[in-house]
Ligand binder design. Structure first.
Ligand code: DGL
Length: 272
């Protein structure tokens, strides 16, 4: 038995963790941010796969039976290989879930006119994972994607609220909306982006709904645990959360606290 592992390249997964804890307050969580090697969004398939597998193995070694890859880039580039090739070799009773499928399955319910925009990292956009997954669950929807290579570095370095940061963000949002004026729903397809949600809402037309993934992923995980009682019984439930980072704990504690809204005492680890 063990906590539910939550992994991201850096701080982004904290936006998911926050909603997981709200939805599943009794459960224990172990968060791992690979801040030393973030961002992943512009890295190759091989590297994202290698880093993600290392992180998943670390969380397994620390007792997690279930890991949520709370990173779209890693979900797009590594999740399927880990699920299909690595898990059977590591431990066929453990599970790894991602964030792209649950978000894709529900996003069609938000749009009024079937025009959906996706803002994500270059890695996620180039994988076409959202196009493929949304096409499966909502084939009537047209999907428009735009990659925002600067957003994760701006967020990881706390520069997103500066005039230069805002200019980058605005330029990317405009580029997405220029693809089709009818887009009425924007999915923030990167777990770092919810910190920009309010700003994005302030610059898009009022009829556009901006959707973050946290609540969607939390509902999906709660549903998964209900449907898989054998896994649910392996998840410890003392309401605790512990944080691991590959970077400086001082930096992580300071920055992560702003996402989570409470003080954090993280532990430094090395991944390999
Ligand atoms: N939070 C990750 C995602 O959802 C960011 C990836 C990165 O490090 O660029 O895609």
């Amino acid at each position: 038995m063990g906590p539910i592992g939550v992994f991201d390249s850096g701080y982004g997964g904290l936006t998911i963790l926050k909603d997981l804890r709200k939805k599943l307050p009794a459960y224990d969580f172990l968060y791992l941010g690979d801040n030393a090697r973030a961002p992943y969004g512009t890295r190759s398939y091989d590297i994202v796969y290698e880093f993600t597998l290392e992180a998943v193995k670390e969380l397994f070694n620390r007792g997690c039976e279930l890991v949520v890859v709370a990173c779209n880039t890693a979900s797009a580039k590594a999740l399927r290989t880990i699920q299909q090739n690595d898990l059977p070799k590591i431990d066929s009773q453990k599970r790894v879930l991602g964030v792209i499928r649950p978000s894709s399955e529900i996003i069609g319910q938000f749009t009024q006119n079937n025009h959906i925009g996706i803002l994500a990292t270059p890695g996620t956009v180039n994988s076409d994972s959202y196009l493929l997954e949304i096409n499966k669950s909502s084939p009537q929807c047209s999907v428009y994607q735009h990659a925002c290579p600067m957003w994760v570095p701006l967020i990881e370095n706390n520069e997103y609220d500066t005039p230069a940061g805002k200019e980058f963000i605005q330029k990317d949002v405009v580029s997405l909306l220029e693809q089709n004026k009818r887009i009425d729903t924007i999915l923030l397809g990167c777990t770092h982006y919810p910190v920009l949600k309010e700003y994005i809402e302030s610059i898009v037309p009022e009829n556009i709904e901006v959707i973050a993934q946290g609540e969607i992923v939390a509902n999906s995980l709660a549903d998964y645990l209900l449907r898989h009682p054998w896994m649910d019984s392996k998840c410890t439930k003392n309401g605790t959360v512990h944080y691991l980072t590959t970077e400086s704990t001082v930096e992580f504690n300071k920055n992560a606290s702003t996402y989570i809204g409470e003080s954090i005492h993280s532990e430094h680890i090395k991944l390999s």
